[in-house]
Each structure stands twice: as C-alpha cells, then as structure tokens.
Design a protein around this ligand. Structure first.
Ligand SMILES: *Cc1c(COP(=O)(O)O)cnc(C)c1O
Length: 228
C-alpha cells in the first residue's frame, strides 16, 4: 500500500511516534489528503485520524476501515452535527454552548454518548475559532452541560499562534494548561473523563509536549503539504 505513494508517510509517521513520550497520543490530521495516505499510516498501526470538513470526513469514513477513530477538528456548523454524530469518536472543536446542545440532542437521537473537547482561543490571531478563557469559564459555570447526558467533556483543545516566536507559543500552551487545571479542579475533580489536553501541530508539537499536551494533532509533518 504505502509503496505506491511517492511520499514517505511511513517514515515520517514513525519519526514522530518514536519521539512522543508515553501518555501522549497522536491524531494524524489527514484533511485534504487522499485515502491512500491514510491507508499508508493505517498499515503502520495508526488508528486515530483528524478531519475538519464534514463531507470529506463522510467520504473517508465510508471508504476506509471501520476501526479508525475519527476526530473532528474543524469549525462545525450546527446543521452538520447530525451527519457526524453517528460515528464520530471525538469532536475536538466545540466552541459554543449552542453547538454543545446540538451534539447532545443528536447523540441522544442515535443512542450515543459523544466525546467532545472545548476549543480554547488562546492564539493572538483574531481569525481562529474557539472560546475565550472567559467564554469557556462562563459555559462551565453556567452548568447547563451537567444536564446533557449524551455528551462527555473530555478536555481542552487549543491552537497556538502561527509564529516562529517559540516563547510566545510556549506561553500560550502554558496558559491552556493552567486553564485545564482550573477547570479540572473546579468542575471535573471527580470526573476521570476530563483528562485530555489537545495541543501541538506540525510546527510546535515538541513545545506542546513540554507544556503537558496529551494529544498532538499533526498533519503536514506526516503527510506532506496539503493541496487545497
Ligand atoms: C490542520 C490542523 C492541524 C494540523 O496542522 P499541521 O500544521 O498540518 O500539522 C491541527 N489542528 C487543527 C485544528 C487543524 O485545523
């Protein structure tokens, strides 16, 4: 399978897996890459993949092995929720109470409890999605989520600024880690499900791991540049 690719997915995948400490999982971000690339990583044992568009994910889910754990990492419109809820393993990008409500509602309809993460906006860019730290505090403090029996909040997802300034990236990840501790203590002290800190991408996953990431989301460094 992998031999038919002109890109060394296998080599790049193992280079990352070999450097990840125990307790940090890899989500291979396969958006915009064809199924063959996913199959090459799958052949090496990788089972967790991330996608950011509902239709692309639907096509790949249909075509690829059913033991793949799909993570949704993109901005999710509420009207798309019903399409992914039947099979999604984790929705990492919950950025509003409205979206959380819709996931809970659709999950109830198909008799599932869906794993989700709250997406934090910690980067300096105005364009990135996610809840501000105060928005996230407010959502948790408000407490409506406690009555949602069909979603399980598993942790926080965050993206650092797109910059070469390593100190800034580190400070953003440390801010996310501090928020994780705050929320863990305040709202999830008795809930073992709230344990994931999803940060780190191709350019900054080593820094993220030093800042207590439990889950890195790496695309380009495994599959090469995306062709949009
Ligand atoms: C695309 C994407 C990634 C992976 O980015 P790379 O730089 O290719 O590793 C990770 N997280 C999110 C939310 C993304 O949209």
């Amino acid at each position: 399978m992998s031999s038919s690719l002109d890109y060394d997915v296998k080599g790049h995948l193992h280079a990352i897996l070999d450097s990840l400490p125990a307790g940090v999982r890899l989500v291979a971000i396969s958006k915009f890459h064809p199924a063959e690339y996913i199959e090459a990583a799958y052949a090496e044992g990788q089972r967790v993949f991330g996608e950011s568009h509902e239709q692309e994910l639907a096509r790949k889910h249909e075509a690829l092995p059913k033991d793949i754990e799909w993570h949704f990492i993109g901005h999710l419109q509420t009207n798309k929720v019903k399409h992914i809820v039947p099979y999604i393993s984790m929705i990492e990008s919950v950025d509003s109470l409205k979206l959380l409500r819709e996931i809970n509602k659709q999950a109830a309809k198909c008799g599932r409890t869906v794993n989700v993460m709250l997406e934090l906006h910690i980067a300096s860019e105005a364009t990135k999605y996610g809840l501000t730290p105060d928005g996230c505090r407010q959502l948790l403090e408000d407490g409506e989520w406690r009555g949602m029996g069909n979603v399980r909040i598993c942790g926080l997802m965050a993206m650092a600024s797109n910059t070469d300034d390593e100190r800034q990236i580190r400070s953003e990840f440390m801010q996310a880690a501090a928020l994780f501790d705050e929320f863990k203590q305040k709202y999830f002290a008795d809930d073992d499900s709230f344990c994931e800190r999803s940060w780190g991408m191709s350019g900054d996953w080593r820094t993220a791991v030093e800042c207590r990431s439990t889950m890195v989301r790496v695309g380009t460094a495994i599959f090469g540049p995306r062709v949009y």
